[in-house]
Design a protein around this ligand. Structure first.
Ligand SMILES: Nc1nc2c(ncn2[C@@H]2O[C@H](COP(=O)(O)OP(=O)(O)OP(=O)(O)O)[C@@H](O)[C@H]2O)c(=O)[nH]1
Ligand SMILES: [Mg+2]
Length: 387
């Protein structure tokens, strides 16, 4: 069911986005806060034409589409969609890191310099990065020469502890209760898993009993809006959209207005994948942020950069570029279940110290985990390796 949401004078009762359709246009009942000068300012921000994308002004009288959750039409999640509790080890054991280190300790159970040389190569090959690998191995080598380790098992234990220590500072889960609506702006290059991650987050927050609204801010790629709506339907979460080629900042501005008037707790905005070399698209991100701030100076409360874990060291330069242009505050690393080598997590942690909020361990709705350093290291390198 498509609902048309008209901005009207304030009504204190926020509409329930999960309510079943009973013929009443709940969206039309939605309360609109006094937007006053914020809207005027934001419109002034949005109105001047910019060269990047066709724009739609978020006129207060304008009608926008809120795709309500099609609750009744959706089947209950199947068991296949709920493999949630498969553990980290199951998901990470296929990674280059897990495979090469497992085989190294099995092949080379003797504690000596050769083992450390091979360990260094294995870490570098698994995307840990040269500096991080060298410094890890050199610290272990010193301890070995001081006879701190009785055998290769003791070295493995020390390695695990060092790896956890590298990741621990970036284990900072996202707290979405600090603002309402809490606004998450997702950014990243093409195809890294932004929209999929939004779908998974929608599910996660809904399961936690939080109300969620999605903004179809990727107005650039054909089918992006439909893709987000599909995730919205699947998770019974409403989606604000204006269709392809609309102005992204305008869509997200409207969504933030809607979230505020409905009392929605979490707003997640999708954006088009972009490279730092695409000046117009990078400017668009700046504009999205500026326009949001007209309504809430603290928004976005999280700029969540999504990175494809299979891209290895390339991820480092991506984060550097987005951090410098878009004020990234947290990371999600996806596709760690597939052919990713896994070591990039250590390189990211060492290089940036940015919180790694979540990791993507598969394509289904429940395959997103809050990042935990110990569980991750345990998945890559179980304590009982080789024995
Ligand atoms: N194996 C695996 N695949 C994933 C994961 N996350 C996303 N994908 C897949 O990656 C592909 C791209 O995902 P999208 O969510 O469309 O990526 P995007 O960043 O929104 O792409 P653009 O909007 O085109 O920039 C899809 O086939 C997803 O199923 C993950 O954690 N594991
Ligand atoms: Mg997308």
């Amino acid at each position: 069911m498509l609902k048309f949401w008209k901005k009207k004078p304030a009504d204190p009762a926020p509409a329930d986005p999960s309510a079943k359709d009973d013929g009443v246009d709940r969206a039309a009942e939605t309360a609109i806060p006094d937007l006053g000068s914020a809207v005027a300012e934001a419109m002034a921000e949005i109105a001047p034409p910019e060269p990047m994308a066709p724009e739609v002004e978020p006129d207060v009288e304008e009608t926008l589409v809120v795709e309500e959750a099609r609750e009744a039409a959706q089947p209950a999640p199947t068991e296949a969609e709920r493999p949630a509790k498969r553990n980290w080890r199951d998901r990470l054991s296929g990674s280059g890191f897990a495979k090469s280190l497992t085989s190294l300790f099995v092949r080379h159970p003797k504690l000596d310099d050769d083992l450390l040389d091979e360990l260094e190569t294995a870490l570098i090959t698994a995307d840990v990065g040269v500096e991080a690998s060298t410094s890890l191995v050199e610290s272990l080598r010193k301890r070995m020469h001081k006879r701190e380790f009785a055998d290769a098992g003791a070295l493995l234990k020390a390695l695990r502890a060092e790896l956890v220590a590298l990741l621990k500072p970036v284990e900072k889960p996202l707290d979405t209760t600090t603002h309402s609506p809490f606004v998450i702006l997702t950014v990243g290059i093409n195809g890294v898993g932004k929209t999929t991650t939004i779908g998974k987050l929608a599910r996660r927050f809904s399961d936690e009993g939080r109300s969620v609204l999605l903004a179809a801010g990727d107005t650039f790629r054909a089918a992006a809006v439909e893709q987000l709506k599909t995730w919205g339907d699947r998770n019974k979460v409403p989606v604000v959209s204006q269709g392809q080629d609309a102005d992204s900042a305008s869509v997200i501005f409207d969504a933030l207005q809607a979230a505020r008037s409905r009392g929605t707790q979490v707003l997640i905005a999708d954006t088009a994948g972009r490279l730092h070399t695409q000046g117009g698209l990078m400017d668009e991100l700046g504009k999205i942020v500026r326009v949001m701030k007209k309504l809430d100076p603290a928004a976005p409360h999280e700029v969540l950069m999504v990175i494809d874990g299979t891209t290895g060291q390339n991820a480092i330069s991506q984060v550097r570029q987005f951090r410098d242009t878009s004020g990234v505050t947290g990371l999600v690393v996806t596709k760690l279940d597939g052919t990713a080598k896994g070591g990039v997590m250590f390189a990211l942690a060492r290089e940036f110290g940015l919180p790694i909020r979540y990791v993507g361990l598969g394509e289904t709705t429940t395959d997103l985990r809050v990042f935990e350093a110990e569980s991750f290291v345990d998945g890559l390198l179980p304590a009982n390796l080789g024995g």
